[in-house]
Unconditional design. Structure first.
Length: 64
């Protein structure tokens, strides 16, 4: 299972970066530029991030 997140404000632009949780570092890293990353706790506590679990090509939004 993958855990991914998007920042709500980014949907205003032509491209919306997706962040994926790296379980080894406990950071959400931008998929296309791993230099841009946020601590897991920061993303989980920020209401402006939507977090999804991806399993078998099915995305389910978390409601925690």
């Amino acid at each position: 299972m993958k855990v991914r997140a998007i920042f709500i404000g980014d949907v205003r632009f032509d491209q919306c970066p997706v962040f994926e949780l790296n379980t080894e570092t406990n950071y959400f890293e931008m998929i296309i530029d791993k230099e841009i990353k946020y601590e897991k706790v920061v993303v989980e506590e920020d209401e402006e991030f939507l977090i999804f679990e991806i399993e078998n090509d099915v995305a389910t939004m978390r409601n925690d």
